[in-house]
Design a protein around this ligand. Structure first.
Ligand SMILES: [Zn+2]
Length: 328
């Protein structure tokens, strides 16, 4: 039923069962594309975990990864030990195999959101579900992993974006992510209204956007490199301590600038296929914009992450980042 739930969600069919039992607890469909699992006896160290995928509809590997974890739970190979909210972010975009339908969902997770439309409505619904979930499970540390894959290749195929926040991320997160095969960490330098930022900003959750390789269609993903990440998710599901690795094995970056698209006549001055985290030396021209003029690298080399010249006007066309020391 649980693994099926993903497929049915994708096909737009109502699920065959809206609630039921799994080893160690119960599951319940609380909204379209939103599944809650509640353990009979949560472990003492269990986090209240939100695991989301498909915020961008064409990023399929994370959905397959969550599907495998749910299938193992359903088969009795895992025992539920932590409250869990599993979210399929943008079901209509997933059905279409597209990043989004009308606008990028992953910039709308703000309580002041006033935009109208399918994606804004979905953002409001998901914010309400996350609020209600954390309210139903008070007194636990909160966690949100929002799972993605990137549009392009990357010098670090598996990396996380740490949303901007006033308080530091709990240090065990770096050890868990290192053991889960994450290769790089990018600290955001200011508020960016992504789903993981929502959980961090409004709920104090340990929260990340996880980029788990390159976006490919269903059936074309190789989940082998994600096996250590699957082990981390399984530990969270069971409410036990995840494996720990050396954070020093990861490369840390912080965002320095956001390159925004200000006009129709905008272009990036490097090839489309440039991998994430490619570094450009001082003086390199990075972009030309009819309104903002040209953007060049200043005195310090900059690496480019998430370049996308095709974004909506006013949106981020690339993040420019510099290396930073690992957290103390
Ligand atoms: Zn994405």
């Amino acid at each position: 039923m649980l693994a099926e739930w993903l497929d049915q969600g994708l096909e737009g069919r109502p699920p065959s069962r809206a609630e039921g039992g799994v080893a160690g607890g119960r599951f319940r469909l609380v909204a379209p594309g939103v599944l809650e699992l509640v353990p009979d006896a949560p472990s003492a160290e269990a986090r209240a975990c939100v695991l989301s995928a498909g915020i961008h509809g064409n990023e399929t590997a994370p959905m397959e990864l969550l599907g495998e974890v749910l299938a193992r739970l359903e088969a009795g190979l895992l025992c539920l030990g932590a409250p869990l909210l599993v979210i399929l972010g943008n079901p209509e975009a997933i059905r279409r195999g597209e990043r989004y339908v009308a606008t990028n969902l992953n910039r709308l997770f703000c309580r002041d959101l006033e935009e109208a439309g399918d994606e804004p409505d979905r953002a409001r619904a998901l914010m309400a579900e996350v609020d209600a979930f954390y309210a139903r499970h008070p007194g636990r540390e909160r966690l949100h992993y929002d799972l993605h894959t990137a549009i392009r290749d990357s010098r670090f195929p598996r990396f996380v974006v740490e949303p901007f926040a006033a308080t530091p991320t709990p240090p065990e997160q770096w050890r868990w992510l290192a053991a889960a095969g994450i290769q790089a960490v990018l600290h955001q330098h200011r508020h960016s209204w992504t789903f993981s930022h929502y959980a961090r900003h409004y709920h104090g959750a340990a929260a990340f956007t996880l980029e788990l390789g390159r976006a490919r269609p269903f059936g074309h993903n190789d989940l082998t490199p994600l096996a250590p990440m699957a082990r981390l998710l399984e530990a969270l599901v069971e409410g036990r301590a995840p494996a720990e690795g050396d954070p020093g094995a990861m490369t840390f970056f912080r965002a320095e600038h956001e390159l925004l698209r200000h006009s129709e006549a905008f272009r990036l001055c490097f090839p489309d296929a440039t991998p994430n985290f490619s570094e450009f030396p001082p003086g390199t021209r990075l972009a030309e914009d009819a309104v903002a003029g040209e953007t060049r690298v200043g005195a310090t080399p900059l690496s480019v992450v998430f370049p996308n010249a095709e974004v909506e006007i006013g949106a981020r066309a690339a993040l420019l980042v510099v290396p930073s020391p690992p957290p103390a």
